[in-house]
Design a protein around this ligand. Sequence first.
Ligand code: DQA
Length: 142
Amino acid sequence: MKVLVINGPNLNLLGLREPHIYGKNTYKDLIEMIEADCREHGDEVSFFQSNHEGAIVDEIQAAYGVYDGIVINPAAYTHTSVAILDALKAIGLPTVEVHISDIRTREQFRHFSYVSMAAKKTIAGEGFDGYLHALRVLREEE
Ligand code: DQA
């Protein structure tokens, strides 16, 4: 499987950012963990992180015909972005949404996700392991 892992705004600051919520591990640690898992499973993985909504939309559009699936943590854009939802719907690739924290038990404004309307599954509150869970969903191992 060829998979694209997209991370939205402020996830480049993992480790520094609210460690009581997102943990002490860094974005680099996250990438290395996913790379190791994909290596083990013979999957090809690429990463994209951006703090800009339009850049994420461009990356999703460019994924059409290139990848077999997408793992996306849209971060704050989860709760605001019709554009990211529409891009995912437009290209129609199997997509799994991930949140490190449990958005369902945090502030009310985090309970709603536009992106979940285009996702096969939404995984929240499993920390970094949620990304590995998402890969298992795309591999249809669960
Ligand atoms: C997040 C949850 C979002 O509400 C928040 O804006 C983020 C990260 C998570 O991974 O838990 O930036 O997507």
